[in-house]
Design a protein. Structure first.
Length: 134
């Protein structure tokens, strides 16, 4: 099974909502609106389209997102697409595609940020990278 990754950049449509599972794992959900604007070559008129995505974050990422981001902020999200299905109380089948985030950060195209490193928890593995910190 291949591991495909997707990246979106857009604005948060609501405040990130943090919850905890019965096992104590943090999970945060957020909505991201991605706007696209283009000029129609035949009419020379500008066209716009907006797509809305639900994003799920887990563990430390979930807590950091809930503490750092708020509605309206421009963000960059990288993660994998997952389809979730369920049945409603009246027996209808529903499904949706969500992004399970690996990384979430503020977009610096129109803003600046003050980045602070959080303390690592015991037993949490660092990603395998060769980047060095200043």
């Amino acid at each position: 099974m291949s591991n495909s990754t997707t990246t979106i950049t857009g604005n948060l449509t609501r405040e990130p909502e943090i919850r905890y599972t019965k096992e104590g794992q943090a999970t945060t959900t957020l909505g991201v609106a991605v706007n696209r604007r283009w000029q129609d070559k035949s009419t020379q008129e500008w066209q716009e389209s907006t797509s809305f995505f639900d994003v799920i974050c887990w563990r430390d990422l979930a807590e950091n997102v809930a503490l750092s981001l708020s509605k309206g902020m421009r963000v960059v999200v990288t993660g994998r697409l997952e389809q979730r299905s369920w049945e409603t109380d009246d027996g209808q089948h529903r499904s949706k595609v969500e992004i399970v985030a690996d990384e979430v950060g503020p977009s610096l195209r129109f803003a600046t940020v003050d980045v602070r490193r959080t303390e690592r928890r015991q037993g949490v593995e660092e990603p395998d990278t060769e980047a060095t910190s200043a």
